[in-house]
Design a protein around this ligand. Structure first.
Ligand code: URA
Length: 232
């Protein structure tokens, strides 16, 4: 049993406040009766819901692509600003898929699909994560060779990363793990310092360049299908 507004929001009829307005306007029917309020609890699996005469298909899982700004923590609760504060939709049960540091920006999947998140984050699946890295000292050929060979720092081994030069002070780095501060530690081990870090891709999900920092949008059907097409 779920609240009507939650079902409608999950089915992407609109945001929680938009669907409340639709219900108020008498445009939503549940089993043939006009719904009077959006806080009624109904069986999402059996109820026949229509908005303006169009059948609503309930979706258990929701998926949003967020362009994470700096200053937000990847957590589901806490005092400091958390990434879920940026999501206007009812985010009960939603969580960020993976952790970006507070000062890291860019692609973050927000979902309530635990099994998919598990697949994407499992170290065994080696899902690629691509970052644009800014750093304060130009890299030498030797540094690049180390990055590409894998690095051990402070007793932790980091697997080989894919390096692509962008400029003297920035590169694209693709990693397949997701260790705590991985990229910062790789650069620290070289006596270098990361000055900016932005994730632009996770597997084949690419950050939508039209999303400004702090903005998000639902995943498109084909983006979701690609993400799910993971080795199981
Ligand atoms: N590596 C880091 O050091 N920080 C991140 O947020 C992501 C990867």
């Amino acid at each position: 049993m779920l609240r009507l507004d939650r079902i409608l929001a999950n089915a992407r009829v609109g945001s929680r406040s938009e669907v409340k307005k639709l219900v108020k306007a008498g445009r939503v029917t549940v089993n043939g009766e006009v719904a009077k309020t959006s806080d009624i609890r109904i069986d999402e699996n059996t109820a026949h819901i229509e908005v303006d005469g169009q059948k609503v298909i309930y979706e258990k899982y929701v998926y949003y692509m967020l362009n994470k700004p700096a200053g937000y923590i990847c957590a589901t609760e806490g005092k400091v600003p958390i990434v879920l504060d940026l999501i206007a939709e009812d985010y009960k049960g939603m969580f960020p898929c993976g952790r970006l540091d507070k000062d890291t920006t860019g692609l973050l999947l927000i979902t309530n699909d635990g099994p998919l998140a598990h697949e994407l984050l499992s170290p065994k699946k080696h899902v690629e994560k691509e970052y644009i890295v800014g750093f304060d000292t130009p890299l030498t050929e030797e540094d690049i060779a180390k990055i590409e060979a894998g690095i051990t720092f402070d007793g932790v081994s980091y697997k080989p990363a894919k390096y692509k030069k962008i400029s003297e002070y920035s590169c694209s780095l693709t990693i397949r793990e997701g260790r705590y501060h991985e990229i910062k530690f790789i650069f620290k081990s070289l006596g270098n310092k990361v000055t900016s870090l932005k994730r632009i891709r996770m597997k084949n999900l690419v950050l939508d360049p039209s999303l400004k920092e702090g903005e998000y949008r639902p995943l498109r059907a084909e983006e979701l299908a690609d993400l799910k097409a993971i080795d199981r």
